[in-house]
Unconditional design. Structure first.
Length: 207
């Protein structure tokens, strides 16, 4: 399977590829994606922030002038409606704390990506930074992956590790992880939009 969202189309269209971001929380990753698209470093049109609850991300979107879609219940039906209306090239999960139903995953695979704050398959699910810290691992990191029907199980696109230094507390580790997420996610999104790749089983390869 090839991931040529726009490189295939660039000769026929000058329009930027479109993305939407889904979030449920603070929204710091959303903010970086929005700022990079506004500055043009990320050549994408961020059409909307989609949230399932009032959260910090909404305030950030308002300040940046990005449209917000607040999902109404049942949220998965509304999500499918919003996605079918906006028709984004890429759906970017950034702290969206709900499991996307299999029906939507299958419809959009491989166009939904997620960022997770551990080196998967270690510490999937909630509170991954704390899980890793409490476990006492010496190395942890971040994973960016395609979303499949499982929880944090999709094919891995990108990982980067951090060595936990003696003396770091949980807060230090959290800030290091977020720093790494902010520096990496928009670049990976850009690569997905503009560079060819193929997915062979669990392996994501550039081509
Ligand atoms: C990020 O650390 C992201 O990796 C994590 O939620 C945080 C959202 O922060 N996602 C998950 O744990 C998904 N399983 P943000 O709202 O400041 O971008």
């Amino acid at each position: 399977m090839h991931g040529l969202f726009r490189s295939e189309l660039s000769s026929v269209s000058k329009e930027l590829p479109t993305i939407v971001v889904l979030a449920s929380g603070n929204g710091s990753n959303f903010q970086v994606l929005a700022e990079k698209s506004i500055s043009g470093e990320l050549r994408a049109n961020l059409k909307a922030l989609i949230v399932d609850r009032p959260c910090g991300a909404v305030e950030r979107a308002k300040k940046l002038g990005i449209e917000v879609e607040m999902l109404s219940k049942p949220w998965h039906e509304d999500l499918e409606r919003v996605l079918d209306t906006l028709k984004p090239d890429l759906i970017v999960l950034a702290g969206f704390m709900k499991i996307i139903p299999e029906r939507i995953v299958n419809k959009y695979f491989p166009r939904i990506v997620n960022i997770h704050p551990s080196l998967l398959p270690a510490f999937p699910g909630k509170d991954a930074i704390k899980q890793a810290f409490d476990y006492g691992v010496k190395v942890t990191g971040i994973t960016i992956h395609f979303v499949d029907a499982g929880v944090d199980t999709g094919p891995i696109i990108f990982q980067k590790a951090i060595e936990i230094e003696e003396g770091w507390d949980l807060e230090t580790l959290e800030s290091k992880i977020h720093e790494l997420e902010h520096e990496s996610y928009w670049k990976v999104v850009s690569n997905l939009l503009y560079k060819a790749y193929k997915i062979e089983g669990r392996k994501v390869r550039s081509c």
